[in-house]
Design a protein around this ligand. Structure first.
Ligand code: FAD
Length: 372
């Protein structure tokens, strides 16, 4: 029987790579790639084995996202958001929902960022108001990946009644009063379907509450942040890996005929490629160390979780910028395979927690100040 690594390798090369350029050009959701991942059982990667899932954890999620990101950032990020949602669902949702998720019947995502509090996802302004047995959600979400394709949203709001910064809900996509604002036309990750969403009096009941009322921040920090940071780091690494490989191929195969030399014969070009390779490997090593820390419960786990996303996000913008330089004017064309990754790679630094927030959190942590 094939391992999930072998399965994702086949899907990445035979399906995801084939659709990546068109997904980017048209901004279409990478449906064929998601269908292939679903058919292979990979939407249930994090679901418990006894419920029909693969029973894997953050390491597997990061490896799958990294492999897909080498071919298509949009597919990788859609799956990253599904796995982030799955981590919460796996811990707090009713068994029937978890069973369906394990079977690939759901596509999940996080609906945290809001128009009012923007990247400060820990401070939702959207409300959850209880009237009798019903609860009504009202919010203006600023970015929701897979907004028009998800089957359910892992949704943040202010608490109903409890103390605390937030509560987390499982909101079905077909809920009355839930709306998204059309098609995403972004700079990068163009197949992500990342649009704003509005909830106007969306009715749920208490079974939709994930965890206890008022415990949203703990869920965000303990359940979402570690796996989300590891996976966005993995996405950046995959994009760097894809661009480094495309740039090496271009440099080794293209040259100045009148000099009878390849681009790779230029020491400056080789040095740029070497720096790309080093930065990619450094980010990968930090991710692998973060995953080891998470698995063993090491004391520095939270520091590594914060570091790995900042490191990969910043490295990705630099490595992808260098890839553009190495490939010269040719890099402006789509066929070289660098400019799409250059655009996709920019999102990692501004997806919350943004790099600048991470710098602030890390700075506080190493100065012995309270982080959150
Ligand atoms: C492609 C894409 C997909 C996304 N998908 C989702 C999704 O599925 N679900 C979801 O919930 N969100 C999603 N987001 C939103 C994302 O997580 C961030 O909330 C969003 O990108 C922040 O942008 P903003 O303009 O609101 O940032 P702002 O909050 O306006 O920040 C602007 C700048 O100020 C800086 N800044 C803000 N606060 C601080 C601080 N305290 N210290 C230092 N610097 C600070 C930021 O780093 C940034 O550089 C997505 C974003 C993108 C780009």
């Amino acid at each position: 029987m094939s391992t999930y690594i072998e399965v994702v390798e086949t899907i990445a090369t035979e399906v995801v790579a084939k659709h990546a350029t068109e997904v980017d050009r048209s901004g279409a959701f990478p449906q064929a790639s998601l269908d292939a991942l679903r058919e292979a059982g990979l939407l249930g990667l994090l679901s418990a084995k006894e419920l029909g899932g693969m029973g894997e954890g953050p390491r597997a999620a990061a490896l799958v996202v990294e492999r897909l990101a080498r071919e298509c950032g949009s597919t990788a990020m859609v799956l990253c958001m599904h796995y982030a949602g799955s981590a919460v669902v796996e811990k707090f949702a009713p068994e029937a929902f978890r069973r369906d998720n394990a079977a690939g019947k759901h596509l999940l995502t996080l609906a945290f960022s809001e128009v009012g509090s923007r990247s400060h996802f820990w401070a939702p302004m959207g409300t959850a108001e209880k009237k009798g047995e019903a609860i009504y959600l009202n919010a203006r979400k600023s970015w929701v990946t897979s907004a028009n394709h998800a089957t359910a949203f892992v949704w943040s709001s202010q608490p109903m009644a409890a103390e605390g910064a937030s509560s987390i809900w499982l909101v079905p996509a077909k809920s009355q009063g839930l709306g998204s604002s059309g098609k995403f036309d972004g700079l990068g990750l163009r197949g992500n379907d990342s649009t704003p969403m509005v909830a106007e009096g969306v009715q749920v009941d208490e079974t939709a509450l994930l965890g206890e009322d008022g415990t949203g921040l703990a869920i965000m920090l303990e359940t979402v942040l570690p796996i989300f940071n590891a996976m966005t780091s993995a996405c950046g690494i995959g994009l760097m890996e894809g661009a480094t490989s495309a740039a090496c191929q271009h440099a080794a195969g293209t040259g100045h005929q009148h000099l009878d030399s390849k681009l790779a014969d230029l020491p400056t070009i080789r040095a740029y490629l070497a720096r790309m390779r080093i930065a990619t490997d450094q980010a990968r090593l930090m991710l692998l160390d973060t995953l080891s820390a998470m698995e063993s419960g090491r004391e520095d786990t939270m520091l590594r979780v914060l570091e790995c996303k900042a490191a990969a996000g910043e490295s990705a913008t630099q490595v992808l910028d260098t890839a553009m330089r190495v490939c010269g004017g040719a890099a402006f064309r789509k066929d070289v395979g660098v400019e799409r990754r250059f655009r996709d790679g920019r999102a990692g630094t501004v997806m919350a927690p943004t790099t600048d927030q991470l710098y602030d959190f890390i700075g506080k942590a190493i100065c012995g100040m309270p982080v959150f």
